[in-house]
Design a protein around this ligand. Structure first.
Ligand SMILES: OC[C@H]1NNC[C@@H](O)[C@@H]1O
Length: 448
């Protein structure tokens, strides 16, 4: 008996990204991207893993789609590798790249599976990084050129488009903390990158509207519910600052057309505030059809005099965690959804990623009994259900991830998939969580 039934038209899907699963890093005319380069530098990635082969999805996509069909999964979010389309980032088009994605999209549609495409999931063509990457306004225009070609080629086939995946991660992990490609450590650069990414987002949304395409377009943000370690004034302020740093900076720009005043003031004092114009903000505020959110965990923060630049540090609580070391905190998803509904005019929301890494093993029967992942998914879906009951316009849920895959700086050491991948043989093993999720989809809800 279905105890928690979701709305009839609720979108149930799974998600992946190009660099994390495709492999074929130098095949069929694809150009080098910043992750090809970043992973080639020893020490950047766990055991120097890279995405050269990954899950070899570039060659195995048909059998992978057959698994989606077998599980009754009717929506699949994936990203396009920009350098497969424009090897140099702009100008010369690689037809083999276009042909690959056309085969992939048609294979999905043939199985009754609706594609949702992310245009940018971190894999900038290296040639563009060589001219400054996202610090260079030219790259904004090259992104628009790339998006326009994708809309022309696939706009009539693909109902859901996501301009960018997690601009906060691209700017902060890639340009402030340096743990992601391109490995820069400069907050001022990071915020300039964030601004140009948001500009490129707004320009592409405007372009999409001008092409009278029938689908929906939005952006995906990684968001977290922020809690202060104590009720002290300093810790409460630390939580407000971290909420501004991770959430409100992007949400307010995109949905309200202005960066939050408190954060502009702080960044200006820190001399890391990027330059921008009112026209920029108007472009960034272009109306979107949905907000994509990636939720994994909450953040508990405190005031920390020595923490540059925000004087905020994260607590590492002794609570149940996933293999990523992220606290399992399902209620944070409910809190986030309610806050977004209240503070951003009830905008339609898609959960474009939620899931968990656990140290999966294949048992003696050749099965993966991942009850921990089922528990994580159950608890988070219950919170999503509660948010819907409380009025949130939550329209869908894409589980991260379809396949075990390359988890960026962690390499292949972290398994998020509901399908196990043996990287030595490329064999797929459907985990128990996949069969559980298949039932959720079939029942359009969760049973006790
Ligand atoms: O860390 C898990 C996921 N988070 N969001 C972006 C994805 O590319 C990651 O694999």
């Amino acid at each position: 008996m279905v105890k928690y039934k979701f709305p009839d038209d609720f979108i149930w899907g799974v998600a992946t990204s190009a660099y994390q699963i495709e492999g074929a890093y130098n095949k069929d005319g694809k150009g080098e991207n910043i992750w090809d380069r970043f992973t080639s530098i020893p020490g950047n990635i766990y055991k120097n893993h890279n995405g050269n082969v990954a899950c070899d999805h570039y060659h195995l996509y048909q059998s992978d789609i057959n698994i989606l069909k077998e599980l009754g999964i009717k929506n699949y979010r994936f990203s396009i590798s920009w350098a497969r389309i424009f090897p140099d980032g702009y100008g010369k088009v690689n037809q083999k790249g276009i042909e690959y994605y056309r085969r992939l999209i048609n294979a999905l549609l043939d199985k009754g599976i609706q594609p949702a495409i992310t245009l940018y999931h971190w894999d900038l063509p290296q040639e563009l990084q060589d001219i400054g990457g996202w610090t260079n306004k030219k790259v904004v225009d090259y992104f628009v050129e790339y998006a326009e070609l994708m809309f022309k080629e696939f706009g009539d086939l693909v109902p859901i488009w996501i301009t960018h995946n997690e601009p906060w991660v691209v700017s902060i992990l890639g340009h402030a903390w340096g743990v992601h490609a391109p490995g820069i450590k400069d907050y001022k650069i990071a915020l300039k990158v964030a601004h140009n990414i948001l500009l490129s987002h707004g320009k592409v949304v405007k372009l999409y509207r001008s092409m009278s395409l029938k689908g929906k377009i939005g952006i995906t943000l990684n968001l977290s519910s922020i809690h202060s370690a104590t009720d002290s004034e300093k810790d409460l302020l630390a939580a407000k600052i971290y909420d501004g740093f991770m959430n409100r900076w992007f949400l307010d720009a995109i949905l309200k057309g202005s960066y939050p005043e408190d954060m502009k003031k702080l960044y200006n004092e820190l001399n890391i505030l990027p330059q921008f114009s009112d026209d920029d903000m108007k472009i960034i505020n272009e109306r979107i059809d949905f907000l994509g959110i990636n939720y994994y965990t909450r953040s508990v923060v405190k005031y920390d005099e020595n923490a540059y630049p925000l004087k905020v540090s994260m607590l590492d609580l002794d609570n149940p965690k996933t293999d990523m070391g992220w606290e399992i905190y399902p209620k944070g998803l409910y809190e986030l959804l309610i806050n977004l509904h209240k503070n951003y005019d009830g905008i339609d929301i898609l959960i474009t990623e939620n899931g968990a890494a656990f140290n999966d093993i294949v048992n003696y029967k050749g099965k993966v009994v991942d009850d921990y992942r089922i528990d994580y998914l159950y608890r988070h879906l219950l919170e999503a259900y509660r948010a819907i009951c409380d009025g949130v316009n939550l329209k869908g849920y894409y589980l991260w991830s379809f396949l075990d895959n390359f988890e960026w700086a962690e390499g292949y050491s972290k398994r998020f998939g509901i399908v196990f991948v043996d990287y030595n043989t490329q064999k797929r093993i459907i985990k128990d969580s996949a069969y559980w999720y298949s039932d959720v989809i079939k029942n359009n809800g969760i049973t006790e």
